[in-house]
Write a protein that binds this ligand. Sequence first.
Ligand code: CP
Ligand code: NVA
Length: 305
Amino acid sequence: MKRDIISVLDMKSDFEKFVDDGIKLKKSFKAGVKDSSMDRKTLGMIFEKASTRTRVSFETAMTQLGGHAIYLSPKDMQMGRGETIADTGRVLSGMVDALLYRAFEHENVVELAKNSSIPVINGLDNLEHPTQIVADYMTIKEKKGKLKGLKIAYVGDGNNTANSLMLAAGLVGADFWIATPKGYGPPEYFVKESRSIAKRHRSEIEVTNNYREAVAGADVIYTDVWVSMGEEQDREKKEKAFRSFQVNERMVSLAKKDYIFMHCLPAHRGLEVTDEVADSKNSVIFQEAENRLHAEKIILKKVID
Ligand code: CP
Ligand code: NVA
């Protein structure tokens, strides 16, 4: 049976294995070990929205593993002229070995997966960003040597990245605190699901509007943009509501001394994070971005035969 990665929940049984195998693969790549496991394999990559990291990391991952990737924009595809997602999935299933899809709507990723006989990987939608989260927990494990028992504080918008990070926190047994302005918390479904997973791993998921209690004693402080792709019409309102949630030197002074600062990027410096924090010795944002390349490789190797 094919394996889709649409949600972090599709890695429920082996999420930490993705993380550990990703770290191993990165080490062997850096040691010069050749891996041609994607020989003659092709990844189709449909991007409805902009991307730097996801596009380049998946394309490079395929190249380094001896395969090939095709960038597809709905603007240039028949999908943009009314061909259905279902028909697109059926057609591409006969030509490529897996599909990566960055979509505005989660339902469309589900629809593509349902109508494709090949694996579909969610390259970010309005609800989740699962491939990012593998790279994130790889980075935390590299820096902290463990995941279980850590306190991760996410400060900002209860968005796609936050939902996926929160689901995975329970899977690795980390405590997860999310602090957002009132009205911008994560959807109830994700909180409930994350709490039920966390309970089994004896960790906690806490949702608050008070960033001080979230950040107090944290091992990791994570933020993301306040205005995600597709929400541009809310920019003014959101920037006002989020002003006091900026990750700055005053805020991070509440965390553990050796805390690490993370951001999936792109960062809007001066808004959700200051230059002082983003460029500080505690910041791991570029290691985190580089880890996308290694995370994508492990994801591809696990879904493509
Ligand atoms: N973090 C991330 O997904 O970046 P891109 O939007 O550049 O792909
Ligand atoms: N939450 C952001 C993540 C970008 C990688 C967005 O959806 O735009």
